[in-house]
Design a protein around this ligand. Structure first.
Ligand SMILES: [Zn+2]
Length: 432
């Protein structure tokens, strides 16, 4: 449709930025349209409708679109099908590919809203609704970054792919992990990946900490509650153990500090949280019978930093549990593992980080702040399953508003992030 641009054309960048700016109303409208589809997870509502909306938009942008259902995953059911959508751009032979991925599931709205969480209202320069920040605005930014390059008539040496996926909020197993396992996202053909999670227009997120979820089970001995001396309370033993975690392990964890720039700052240190404790007879208004609890289960959430090896994290827990057990010959605990996610981060000197940083300087006017996330997101699957180590998060929306009532995203931030993504994409997959 036009002659290829010369390799360095200062006007090309301006043209791309102008195309994004001109598409401002379309970007906002597309974000609002996605918010109006309540893709609440759990349980995973109306995924297909949202996938179809995004697919139509990707087709308009000229991508070859494919739906990928999470066949074989137990959560992929007739009532709640897990439907992902992938759009692939055409590349010149051997050209690098950049993959932009966003999740379109949202957490339930919860209490405390002053606006309809699924109306996609725009007021005073902000889009409101569940997913406005985390991360339907991010999907819109990815789509319109690619669209702006097309409208600006830029021909690329490589290609841009976009996927919109499900279930990030519940671990991403039927979403990004499924696409990676199926080889649809793979380092065989994809060099870079950007996930537009909400870190805002001036922050590039290099990666995230690790997670170790496990249960500790205290094993007691049941007896009549009126003769409790004949039993052994698993709840009491759990109390002793939790106290040991608090007074012996927590201070040790507080002495460790990661070099990874995790925000907020206190999350640069590892942590241990007790997510749940259940013991004895279930409460909640049920009629109680007098029993000594013979079983108590605590689910613990250990967040670890890249400087800690997972083997040592696990061994440290096991040693503490064994030592509390040794204090009393009658005391007995077992440990059951639930989930491990290893820390991940883009390699130092990644061209992906450099390209996004340059885009931030051009659009926002100052250098990007490099951060890392305290919690995990789909980057783990790109790195661990697909083998794409050059993966980061960069996208619109205030992180602090994710999962909150009255979640919103500033239109200015949405536009700025779209511009940065477009400039970074151009740098990474190059003009033809
Ligand atoms: Zn998210």
């Amino acid at each position: 449709m036009h002659d290829a641009d010369p390799p360095t054309d200062p006007r090309r960048e301006d043209r791309i930025l102008a195309e994004v700016d001109a598409a401002r109303d379309e970007i906002v409208a597309f974000t609002a349209e996605m918010i109006r589809i309540p893709t609440v997870n759990p349980p995973g509502e109306v995924y297909r409708e949202c996938a179809e909306l995004i697919a139509r938009r990707l087709e308009t942008t000229g991508l070859a679109v494919e739906y990928v259902e999470a066949e074989g995953r137990p959560e992929h059911t007739a009532e709640h099908p897990r439907v992902n959508v992938v759009g692939r751009g055409a590349a010149l032979p051997g050209g690098p590919r950049l993959h932009l991925n966003g999740h379109f599931d949202v957490v339930p709205p919860g209490e405390g809203w002053t606006v309809d969480p699924f109306a996609g209202a725009v007021r005073d320069g902000r889009i409101y609704g569940r997913g406005a920040s985390d991360m339907k605005s991010g999907i819109a930014a990815a789509v319109f970054a690619v669209e702006a390059l097309r409208r600006a008539g830029v021909e690329l040496a490589g290609a841009l792919d976009i996927s919109a996926t499900v279930d990030e909020e519940s671990g991403g197993f039927a979403g990004v992990a499924h696409l990676c396992k199926a080889g649809i996202i793979s380092s065989d053909d994809t060099r870079y990946a950007i996930i537009p999670e909400p870190f805002g227009p001036a922050r590039v997120c290099l990666g995230h900490r690790g997670v170790y979820w496990f249960d500790v089970i205290a094993h007691g001995h049941a007896a009549h509650g009126s003769m409790s001396h004949l039993g052994r309370s698993a709840i009491d033993d759990m109390g002793t153990l939790l106290e040991a975690f608090r007074t012996r392990l927590a201070p040790e964890l507080a002495t460790r500090l990661s070099a990874l720039p995790v925000v907020p700052e206190p999350s640069r240190r590892p942590s241990l949280n007790v997510n749940t404790v259940t013991g004895g007879q279930a409460g909640g208004g049920a009629t109680q019978s007098p029993c000594v609890a013979d079983r108590c289960v605590a689910t613990l959430d250990r967040r670890f930093i890249p400087e800690e090896s997972f083997d040592e994290v696990r061994a440290e827990i096991a040693r503490l549990v064994a030592s509390v057990e040794d204090d009393d010959p009658e005391r007995r605990f077992t440990i059951e593992e639930r989930m491990v996610v290893h820390p991940t981060s883009a390699p130092p000197g990644s061209p992906l980080v450099a390209a996004l940083s340059r885009g931030v300087e051009t659009v926002v006017g100052h250098p990007a702040e490099l951060v890392a996330s305290p919690g995990t997101y789909d980057q783990k699957h790109f790195a661990r399953i697909a083998g794409i180590e050059h993966c980061v998060a960069y996208g619109p929306g205030p992180l602090e508003e994710a999962h909150q009532p009255d979640e919103s995203c500033a239109v200015e931030d949405l536009v700025a992030c779209t511009q940065v993504l477009a400039l970074a994409a151009l740098e990474l997959v190059g003009p033809a």
